[in-house]
Design a protein around this ligand. Structure first.
Ligand code: ACO
Length: 319
């Protein structure tokens, strides 16, 4: 038994914040941002737009492209670092907004930028065990809420958005393997440490990051986890038709592709148009290429991500 992606969808908020807009907010330049990160612009959610609000249109598009109605979904998993509220989970809020059956399980997964890989791997385990038939797996973020817009070292990197897939269980090969990892000793290099206590926020609620340390670790673990996935499936880079990496930074993506000797034509890159949208970035990139009809049935895709924790992981699948 396998689980297979049968539909994708995504949604970006209307408001665009370009590098040139950022030049008016902090001491930076389009050239610095673009040459260091490959980011051209990012989308910013409206003040009242929540992670679940971005997830709704992304999920509807995924269900539409899968030809599935809301009442056929029997598992909802949402990956997010910026949930609507402390509780209930964004997954249950999304379930309610979409009118998905009110007795199916719905829960959030928190693995920061690796969240979508963790969520998809979790759904895969449930579906291939035969327990559920259709899962809605979503990555959605309003990261702009936890960014200090006066800190040029972080504010140029992130954006808001949502991406979703519908997974179906069956005999046709889909997800072939998943590999998930975490090393909590790296917690301090990338965090939003603030917490709610007695009605107040204790500690900084904004993203803080040691960019150089994250960069080095990211390139190393992404190479390792890609090798692990290929070895587990007795494949080499020439067997991979598409690399769909977390869209954090073009230099991390290019360095990983180079280490794997993969031609950039086989690497999905959308970071220029939405920046780092954390758990939403992989499904956003996936939907972009899927909608262009560039993935062919039976092609092999390698998805991989790395994020706060540090967490990292990969998924190897047949389209
Ligand atoms: N505009 C202009 N100058 C800047 C900016 C900015 N926005 N930010 C920093 N600088 C300056 C620094 O102050 C420094 O100046 P100095 O030399 O006078 O001290 C100079 O630019 C170089 O700074 P570095 O931090 O060394 O720049 P670097 O080339 O390493 O690029 C970057 C920084 C883009 C953050 C890089 O380290 C990176 O991409 N790291 C990965 C971080 C990442 O992707 N995080 C996302 C979350 S984790 C994940 O998703 C994987």
């Amino acid at each position: 038994m396998y689980s297979r992606i049968i539909g994708t969808g995504s949604h970006l908020p209307e408001k665009i914040l370009s590098n040139h807009d950022l030049e008016k907010m902090v001491d930076t330049s389009h050239d610095w941002i673009f040459s260091r990160t490959g980011i051209n612009e990012r989308h910013i959610a409206g003040e009242n737009e929540l992670a679940s609000d971005l997830a709704v249109p992304a999920s509807r598009r995924a269900m539409e492209s899968a030809g599935i109605e809301a009442d056929e979904i029997d598992l909802v998993i949402v990956a997010t670092t910026t949930p609507d509220m402390l509780f209930p989970s964004t997954a249950t809020i999304l379930q309610s907004k979409l009118g998905i059956r009110n007795n199916c399980p719905a829960f959030d997964v928190q693995a920061v930028c690796t969240g979508f890989i963790y969520a998809l791997a979790t759904a895969d385990c449930y579906l291939k065990s035969g327990k559920y038939r259709h899962a809605l797996v979503v990555g959605t973020e309003v990261l702009s809420r936890i960014i200090d817009w006066t800190d040029r070292s972080t504010c140029v990197l992130f954006g808001d958005g949502a991406g979703a897939v519908v997974l179906k269980s069956g005999e046709t090969p889909g997800i072939l393997s998943s590999h998930l990892h975490a090393d909590g000793s790296y917690n301090p290099i990338l965090a939003a440490p603030g917490r709610v206590c007695n009605g107040k926020i204790r500690g900084s609620p904004f993203v803080s990051m040691n960019g150089n340390a994250v960069f080095k670790i990211a390139v190393n673990v992404l190479e390792q986890v890609a090798e692990e996935a290929m070895q587990a499936n007795r494949m080499s880079p020439s067997d991979i038709d598409w690399l769909v990496p977390h869209q954090a930074n073009i230099r991390i993506i290019e360095a990983t592709a180079k280490k794997l000797s993969m031609d950039m034509e086989r690497v999905v890159v959308t970071v220029d148009r939405h920046g780092n949208t954390s758990a939403a970035s992989i499904p956003l990139a996936l939907d972009h290429v899927a909608r262009e009809g560039r993935f062919r049935e039976g092609e092999t895709l390698l998805m991989e991500g790395v994020g706060g924790g540090i967490t990292w992981g990969s998924l190897l699948l047949k389209w």
